[in-house]
Design a protein around this ligand. Structure first.
Ligand SMILES: Nc1nc2c(ncn2[C@@H]2O[C@H](COP(=O)(O)OP(=O)(O)OP(=O)(O)O)[C@@H](O)[C@H]2O)c(=O)[nH]1
Ligand SMILES: [Mg+2]
Length: 341
């Protein structure tokens, strides 16, 4: 089309102000002219390929639309300058800097960071949110929501990127390992009637409906004054480190008094962590006061397990509440974004 050809190809450098390993050039215009200018073979719409461009460098060329391509060569300043000079010599026009590349946040840069985060995120709930971030950062005016609010929400949403630690604590035989196995739908921990079965903390990555957590079962604590085998004392000491680093502690107990007793014994170990009180063996004793959730992971009678869905829902809400998932502000999911807030 003559009109489009007359316009030629407009390109802009989308790399951040500080050059990174990869540079990004965005080209828009007539598709034939884009590939002629690059001097490389065609790339199908929606795909990417490694190409030798302008006889200067090899670059990843991604054709995002019929007439729009992202060209990602090595990011060094000299190399980028040589490519830009070659493109201008071939008739491409450098777009006037509208501030989007070097101002607050370039949409393409956020897109690149989001794709990297998606590749690493353990939780599937992160994906849809990350895909929305380029537009959210583009539309952010730098004032509202405030940087403080963005950081607060980002701290919560970042739990989708690093599998937060959930630690179960409770007295021996409270039913912690049974609960772990039921939630993880498999045999993660050994369960037995013998008190003190779990000697080491054991754990698994567990997907709680899109939020992946590190779910860790710890050895049980004996009642005050009870004799305790040396090996058990040592394993409990080791578990303290895990409990201390937990994002959420599930205090498990089959009797009403157990919660406060356990919390007092944990003392300062898990002072900063969020806590939920989980009533166990609900088939034997229902309606305990003080429990946030009542469960029966391995009921003795014919009925099935109880309270597991509620438990999963409460854990998710404690770690990544729906309020945060539905927040419409931008998420500073990468260090590069936080650094510029
Ligand atoms: N009736 C009933 N029994 C349960 C339930 N959950 C666990 N138990 C039984 O309680 C006993 C102890 O369970 P575990 O899951 O090993 O308890 P634990 O807290 O991991 O024990 P330690 O590792 O020794 O601290 C086993 O005999 C389980 O079958 C439950 O929901 N109902
Ligand atoms: Mg156990």
């Amino acid at each position: 089309m003559a009109g489009v050809s007359a316009l030629g190809v407009v390109f802009s450098v989308r790399t951040a102000a500080t050059p990174g390993a990869v540079g990004i050039i965005e080209a828009a215009g007539d598709a034939r002219l884009i590939f002629e200018g690059l001097g490389c073979g065609n790339v199908a719409v929606g795909s990417a390929g490694l190409r030798e461009i302008c006889s200067v460098d090899s670059a990843l060329v991604a054709r995002v639309e019929v007439g729009r391509a992202l060209i990602m060569p090595h990011g060094g300043v000299q190399g980028m300058e040589a490519i830009c000079a070659a493109l201008i010599a071939r008739g491409w026009r450098l777009a006037v800097d509208d501030g989007s590349a070097f101002g607050l946040f370039s949409e393409v840069e956020v897109e690149r960071l989001a794709l990297g985060a998606i590749a690493r995120a353990p939780s599937s709930l992160a994906i849809e949110l990350l895909l929305r971030q380029a537009a959210r950062w583009r539309d952010w005016d730098g004032v509202s929501p405030s940087a403080k609010e963005i950081v607060e929400y980002s701290d919560v949403l970042d739990r989708l990127l690093r599998a937060p630690l959930v630690a179960l604590v409770g007295k021996v035989n409270a039913g912690k390992s049974s609960l772990t196995n039921a939630v993880a739908s498999g045999d993660v921990s050994i369960v037995s009637e013998e008190a003190g079965t779990t000697r080491d903390h054991t754990g698994a990555l567990v997907d709680l409906g899109g939020l992946v957590v590190r779910w860790v079962d710890t050895p049980g604590w004996r009642g005050a004054g009870a004799a305790e085998p040396e090996v058990e004392r040592e394993s409990r000491e080791l578990a303290k480190g895990v409990i201390g680093g937990a994002d959420l502690v599930l205090v498990c107990s089959e009797d009403e008094d157990g919660f406060e007793e356990m919390e007092a014994r944990m003392g300062q170990v898990a002072q900063g962590a969020r806590r939920l009180r989980i009533g166990t063996k609900g088939d034997l004793r229902g309606g305990r006061g003080g429990a946030n959730v009542e469960t029966a992971a391995a009921p003795a009678g014919p009925g099935g397990a109880m309270g597991l869905d509620e438990l999963v829902g409460r854990v998710r809400e404690e770690l990544v509440p729906v309020r945060a998932l539905e927040w419409s502000g931008p998420w500073a999911f990468a260090a590069e974004l936080r650094a510029r807030l």
